[in-house]
Design a protein around this ligand. Structure first.
Ligand SMILES: *Cc1c(COP(=O)(O)O)cnc(C)c1O
Length: 370
């Protein structure tokens, strides 16, 4: 029998969350972001779950080509652009749209004869200071690209550093939009602004966030970029990580649990051992108190997460036994809540699910609960 740990992917929740993104930004086309193996869900499942998106965005050229092989015919965007001139013929041949964020990429395009036209996203650094041209360099970069025969559409893009907050004291969305408008002033082309945070704030920032394209990622997977819960936004979990209790220990006051004996019982208690550890992608730094469901009842982690197992407090679960079902996150337990207790973000948990975890798809038509 296989080990009981498995991830279930809810394709209909992916579709539902995409519809939520569209409802937030009805004027915009949607790039569904499927980088990092569709945030751990599998690239092919990302393609099927987001079949209604206007395009798919990711990082690697080889994965762009894989999407084409899998039958994706709509646009594809490379979020970091090309890494080498050898990528350029692939863009043209497979009709892949590339980000251009630095002068080295402009030069690679200038030196390469393009036999078919390509579309590019020219990226502006409006304060995130990761990728992109400064606002005062932007128009010059645009003109150099425009002069390259074979470059067709140039979309103007930027990325928000703090889209999960409306008014970040160091760098607000409004300030980034102001810089973007200044740098892109008078340049023709569509605009591509918001990640999930921006999309979720579109209602509050309608004036600022007039964008032809939006690029949601985490919200499509039922996670939120900030402190608010997915439920507040009507998003559904798309990945449920489940396992079972494989051992039970009855312990006395003073007994400790796990490596480092970090947890010490102050009462008689029953502890369940779950088949899931940090080698499966569950965060090792998750603290005592991190929520877990056993037979649908909420309880907590005790002691340190080990490589293949973790321990949970079975006190609240009357009939717990070997074989009781355990939910680590997803259906009934928001991934953001687990992430917060573990000092990280839902993004990291989804992306970290290890290859050894079996993945199955939920039957269509049975939505998980919030
Ligand atoms: C990852 C990424 C996104 C999606 O971000 P989320 O916070 O997951 O919505 C959008 N745009 C770019 C450029 C990205 O790298």
């Amino acid at each position: 029998m296989p080990r009981p740990l498995h991830a279930t992917i809810h394709l209909d929740s992916m579709q539902h969350n995409l519809a939520r993104a569209r409802a937030c930004a009805p004027q915009a086309n949607v790039w569904a972001v499927v980088k990092a193996n569709a945030y751990g869900h599998g690239l092919e499942r990302g393609m099927r779950g987001f079949a209604q998106a206007d395009g798919l965005a990711l990082i690697e050229t080889e994965n762009a080509l894989r999407l084409r092989e899998l039958g994706w015919v709509k646009p594809i965007l490379l979020l970091e652009g090309i890494f080498d001139t050898s990528d350029i013929p692939l863009l043209a041949e497979h009709n892949v749209n590339s980000t251009v964020h630095c002068i080295e990429q402009v030069k690679m395009l200038e030196y390469t004869q393009l036999y078919r036209p390509i579309d590019v996203h020219l990226k502006m650094n409006t304060g995130m200071n990761r990728l992109g041209f400064r606002p005062d360099e932007f128009a010059a970069a645009y003109q150099r690209l425009r002069a390259i025969p074979g470059i067709r559409n140039i979309t103007l893009m930027t990325h928000f550093a703090n889209a999960d907050e409306l008014e970040h004291p160091r760098l607000s969305i409004g300030e980034q939009v102001r810089r973007f408008r200044l740098g892109a002033d008078g340049l023709p082309g569509e605009r591509s602004l918001s990640n999930s945070g921006g999309v979720l704030h579109t209602a509050e920032l309608v004036q600022e966030l007039q964008s032809d394209w939006v690029r949601p990622g985490i919200m499509l997977y039922g996670g939120t970029p900030g402190g608010r819960s997915a439920k507040d936004y009507g998003l559904l979990p798309t990945m449920t990580l489940k396992s079972e209790i494989i051992g039970i220990q009855h312990i006395e006051p003073g007994d400790s649990v796990g490596y480092g004996s970090r947890f010490q019982a102050d009462r008689t208690m029953t502890v369940g051992v779950v088949a899931c550890g940090y080698a499966d992608g569950y965060p090792r730094h998750a603290e005592h108190g991190t929520p877990v469901l056993v037979d649908g009842i909420r309880t907590t982690l005790v002691g340190r997460v080990s490589m293949d197992m973790m321990a949970v407090d079975l006190s609240p679960i009357a009939n717990a036994r070997v074989g009781s079902k355990v939910t680590l996150w997803g259906d009934g337990l928001p991934i953001d809540e687990v992430a917060q207790a573990a000092g990280t973000i839902g993004y990291e948990l989804m992306c970290a699910v290890a290859p050894r975890v079996r993945v199955a798809e939920a039957p269509l038509g049975c939505d998980p609960v919030l």
